[in-house]
Ligand binder design. Structure first.
Ligand code: GAP
Length: 453
């Protein structure tokens, strides 16, 4: 973990949030390469979930919503973590995490609050900070960030930073149905920020208080829900394989204890260096959400089957993806220290070309003679994909710098380029070099940066 945090900071992927002020716990800023990488993962999600699918639509709903939304969704009443304080060292912990860290087979997610307290007492579960076992009773702590709108500071003006994207998609169910004239099953997706007042340590960007989700809600008829739920559990694995996360480091984790709205729930977990961690959740939310919004808004949330005339409230299958966690998993998977035949090592980001922040690096061999031609090629390539230009230092060092940030191809520009319009193209992973005509360069790369063949 430390190596990756240093790597991300050194190359401009991820910085500590508000660093010059000493930071703010569990906040991180994405630098030039990190934000590019996040964008390529968003592009991959848009390709896989919106572009390539039938009846799939994207929305961009506001973060601030009418507070009644969060009453209808159940978040005001029950979106909370069970917290305990250590009476000895005054640190605060999540009771379920204390138990699961103490014994991974205990499965605190299936326990009631009382069962968790009894377990901690019976097993003398220790405080991870001071090692003693002397805790307060469990208190439920709501994770939503509340803020005030308008000029008066009273509870009637309380609004919440959304703790999930989903409600933005649900409240637009009728709008999307009306404007697209689509039929069931259809899906509404959204990429956007969510906020949670998490108190537990974050494991870098794994658990943060502000994060991005890529959510996909499929509205369907009751009876079709179970098949669609199974389908999206597997579709998630395919998506992660496309991003370069291998099957052996992914697993399904079915939930034992279900949220109040769910009929079935399953996470996809990735094997991080600190253990298995959730990067996706698929939930069969039944007709809970639309029924609750109908009740709280007074507006029916129904679908009318044109062939039978039947009116009903659709079920929702949700498949939600944590963008920051996926970015972290992709970085862990790709970050490599490679031993070379001559005994040297090289730092390498072995990332899929489709996700690489920069696709091509252009290196003039001699700045004085070749930079003009190299800049001409740069201008041509920039119209098609992210391209960088490096004319400083030895060619070997320039190659290494670009390998380290995952640039899949580099070209050197020399006399042969000036005279014959031929470049030498080097492959990041094999380090093999081939010659290409300048006009072959863009099609060569464009063909290889597709998400799927
Ligand atoms: N709409 C359902 C929902 O929000 P969730 O399982 O609470 O479900 C979905 O969150 C995804 O968001 C998770 O699978 C995870 O990848 C990501 N996520 C949740 N909390 C997070 C946090 N504090 N920091 C970073 N990512 C988080």
């Amino acid at each position: 973990m430390k190596d990756l945090v240093d790597y991300c900071n050194n190359y401009g992927f991820i910085f500590q949030g508000s660093e010059i002020y000493g930071g703010l716990a569990n906040t991180w800023d994405y630098g030039p390469l990190g934000s590019r990488l996040k964008n390529t993962i968003k592009d991959a999600w848009r390709y896989f979930f919106i572009q390539k699918r039938d009846n799939a639509y994207e929305v961009d709903a506001d973060i601030l919503m009418n507070p009644r939304v969060w009453e209808a969704s159940g978040h005001v009443q029950s979106f909370s973590d069970p917290l305990v304080d250590c009476k000895e060292c005054k640190t605060r912990h999540r009771a379920d995490n204390l138990i699961d860290d103490f014994d991974e087979n205990a499965h605190a997610d299936g326990m009631t609050q009382e069962e968790m307290m009894n377990y901690i007492k019976e097993h003398n579960v220790p405080c991870p900070n001071c090692g003693k076992s002397n805790f307060t009773d469990i208190r439920q702590f709501n994770l939503m960030f509340a803020t005030q709108r308008g000029v008066t500071n009273d509870s009637a003006n309380t609004v919440y930073l959304r703790p999930e994207n989903a409600q933005g998609e649900y409240v637009n169910f009728l709008n999307v149905l009306r404007t697209t004239r689509t039929k069931l099953p259809f899906s509404i997706g959204q990429i956007g920020k969510a906020f949670r007042n998490e108190i537990t340590p974050g494991n870098f960007t794994f658990r943060t208080i502000e994060f991005e989700q890529m959510e996909f809600q499929t509205f369907c008829k009751h009876g079709d829900d179970e098949d669609i739920y199974e389908y999206f559990k597997n579709y998630g694995i395919e998506f992660f394989n496309m991003l370069g996360l291998p099957k052996e480091k992914l697993r399904h984790h079915d939930h034992e204890k279900l949220a109040h709205y769910a009929k079935a729930a399953c996470d996809i977990e990735y094997l991080f260096p600190f253990g298995w961690g959730e990067i996706n959740g698929t939930h069969n939310r039944t007709d809970f959400d639309l029924s609750r919004h109908a009740e709280f808004s007074g507006k029916k949330q129904e679908y009318c089957d044109q062939t039978t005339g039947e009116k009903f409230t659709p079920y929702i299958i949700e498949s939600t993806y944590g963008l920051d966690r996926i970015t972290l998993a992709v970085l862990f998977e790709a970050y490599t220290i490679e031993e070379l035949e001559n005994g040297d090592t090289r730092e390498l980001l072995k990332i899929s070309p489709a996700l690489a922040p920069i696709k091509l690096n252009i290196c003039p061999i001699k700045k004085k003679f070749h930079s003009e031609k190299a800049k001409e090629i740069l201008a041509m390539c920039k119209k098609h994909f992210m391209t960088s230009y490096d004319e400083s230092g030895s060619i070997g060092k320039r190659y290494r710098r670009a390998d380290a940030i995952g640039t899949p191809w580099q070209i050197s520009v020399d006399e042969k380029t000036v005279e014959e319009n031929i470049v030498t193209l080097r492959d990041r992973d094999t380090m093999e070099q081939i010659e290409l005509k300048v006009e072959e360069l863009v099609p060569y790369i464009e063909e290889r940066i597709q998400f799927e063949k």
